[in-house]
Design a protein around this ligand. Structure first.
Ligand code: ZN
Length: 355
């Protein structure tokens, strides 16, 4: 079984018209062969000969969707060369640089990510060139042949929402041996968010007065953008780190992973808590991202995983509907009592124990 991981590296401004290359890649995927005479020969080799070796879903999803341009790579490590001698991307692990040639010309430092993937038995056979937020990027794609590992325990990951955190528990021999909650700094997020809202409000007022072209409002606009970026960066970073830590935990404990991702339920819960809808969207966006990152990394390391519904409002003892107390404790008429976020773990215990 093959698994893939990718990283996007920011490139300096390029001389090769990335937008045009993306358009050509788009046409190539649709079966049109377009070869403007001024394009380097390597462009048509990539598009019409080598593109088909890319097997990880680079097909554009929509008509006129932006399509990243496929590139082969040549890898240099310990003085040895592997891969396509005529590749437009050279990964020189010895010198620690990624070099673009033939189509575009640039050199960027090799990311630690690439060394890590190679040390795990992966190989960066392909790359993609494209625009991300309007800037040229090179996506490196690592490929690895994996076999699922033998597991002896279960890591339950209950994805609530960033607000209530992700609760994980390790179950072994019918017992919970460890559990914890992973949660971002909500105070920080909500402070930044309300700051953004306040500034946007102020900007909106200036706009209504027709003053949004002034120097002050331009400054204001920059501040808004900067704060938004900081907020996204924080959530992205948090999702990445949390997913990575959990994946490594599963590897270390040889645990199969059960993911309960009741995203719809989480979304409703956030709305019931009267959170602004923008913030709910943001929390949900990064929660989805967290799940994608997690499953991607589990696949990479050969950890079996599955999505499993673990209810938080149904009693794991008698099956009755639970009642929620104001402090998020769930109680049942049969005497069962547990914190809401731990009810799914009790269900997982029930599923893993022999009857
Ligand atoms: Zn009960």
């Amino acid at each position: 079984m093959k698994s893939y991981r990718a990283i996007a590296l920011k490139l300096p401004e390029l001389d090769c018209g990335v937008e045009r290359l993306m358009a050509l890649a788009n046409l190539a995927h649709r079966g049109y062969r377009v070869e403007p005479p001024d394009l380097p020969k390597t462009v048509s080799i990539m598009l019409y000969r080598r593109r088909h070796e890319l097997a990880f879903g680079t097909e554009p999803k929509r008509w006129l969707a932006r399509t990243w341009f496929p590139l082969t790579t040549l890898r240099i490590g310990n003085g040895q060369k592997i891969g396509d001698g005529g590749a437009p991307v050279v990964l020189d692990f010895d010198r620690g640089v990624v070099k673009l040639r033939f189509i575009c010309h640039a050199e960027v430092p090799m990311p630690k990510w690439a060394y890590d993937r190679v040390s795990e038995g992966g190989d960066v056979k392909f790359a993609l060139l494209g625009l991300k937020r309007g800037k040229p990027h090179l996506a490196l794609v690592a490929e690895r042949e994996v076999e699922l590992i033998q597991t002896n325990s279960v890591l339950v990951v209950d994805v609530n929402s960033w607000r209530h955190g992700v609760v994980w528990a390790l179950i072994r021999d019918g017992k919970t041996t460890k559990w914890a909650r992973v949660r971002p700094d909500l105070g920080y997020i909500e402070r930044l968010y309300s700051e953004v809202v306040r500034l946007e409000h102020k900007y909106g007022k200036l706009e209504r007065l027709g003053l949004h072209e002034g120097r002050d409002s331009k400054k204001l606009w920059r501040q808004i953008k900067q704060k938004r970026r900081r907020l996204y960066a924080y959530l992205r970073d948090f999702a990445q780190k949390a997913a990575h830590r959990l994946a490594l935990k599963a590897v270390k404990r040889r645990a199969e992973v059960w993911i309960d991702d009741m995203l719809e339920e989480s979304r409703r819960e956030l709305i019931e808590e009267k959170l602004p809808s923008d913030l709910v969207k943001l929390y949900m966006l990064y929660l989805r991202r967290f799940i994608n990152l997690l499953t991607n990394q589990l696949a990479w390391y050969g950890i079996p995983y599955r999505f499993k519904r673990l209810p938080s409002t149904v009693c794991p003892v008698c099956g009755s509907e639970l009642t929620q107390l104001p402090d998020r404790t769930m109680v049942c008429q049969c005497g069962f009592r547990e914190k809401r976020d731990l009810v799914p773990i009790r269900w997982a215990l029930k599923y893993t124990s022999p009857p």
